[in-house]
Design a protein around this ligand. Sequence first.
Ligand SMILES: CC(C)(COP(=O)(O)OP(=O)(O)OC[C@H]1O[C@@H](n2cnc3c(N)ncnc32)[C@H](O)[C@@H]1OP(=O)(O)O)[C@@H](O)C(=O)NCCC(=O)NCCS
Length: 169
Amino acid sequence: MIDVRCILADEGRLLREVRLAALANAPGAFLETFAEVAADTDDVWDARAASSTGEGDALVMLALHEGVPVGMAGVAREFGQRRRHRATLWGVWLDPAHRGRGVGRQLVTTALDWGRERGVRAVYLEVVENEDPSWSLYGRLGFVRRDVDPFGGHVDGQDVALEHLVLVL
Ligand SMILES: CC(C)(COP(=O)(O)OP(=O)(O)OC[C@H]1O[C@@H](n2cnc3c(N)ncnc32)[C@H](O)[C@@H]1OP(=O)(O)O)[C@@H](O)C(=O)NCCC(=O)NCCS
């Protein structure tokens, strides 16, 4: 049984655990490296969790299995009166043991609902080109490709193309 819920203000340690699990399991899907993210201090993680409860401008949804974090999705809206209608989806990941049962979709749709309820009009995200499972998920939710940046990332001496996706809520 998987529980999907918002992160709590004091769950910085849980956020660190799930984010590092994502980077260890799917390094090709993200542009931050495990080493970079692992270097962040506890204070940084505590501040991230505290600002991601959905009460302000950001939300992290967690998937938990028997209390252990096994998935996440983050969404953050932009600042300023003229940009608050935009938000970015980030960090979508689910432990492979729990994939294919709709949990990834649930993480993303609850994050999108949060934005919709707050007047967000457009949700953006970047996907490493050829990450097929994530494209299946986002395509089914209505995201469309805006363009491809051939120099979006640089991994092991190779350029990595990034697809820019957008969903109009
Ligand atoms: C992307 C990810 C979160 C999907 O999680 P999931 O729980 O397996 O996805 P779901 O079961 O909710 O499936 C959502 C939709 O995508 C489709 N889908 C999921 N995995 C798929 C796959 N491997 N191949 C084809 N379609 C797939 C499903 O058919 C489903 O569509 P439907 O609900 O209309 O049937 C998971 O595969 C993952 O963590 N991948 C590695 C990290 C990653 O790529 N993150 C995205 C970075 S931007």
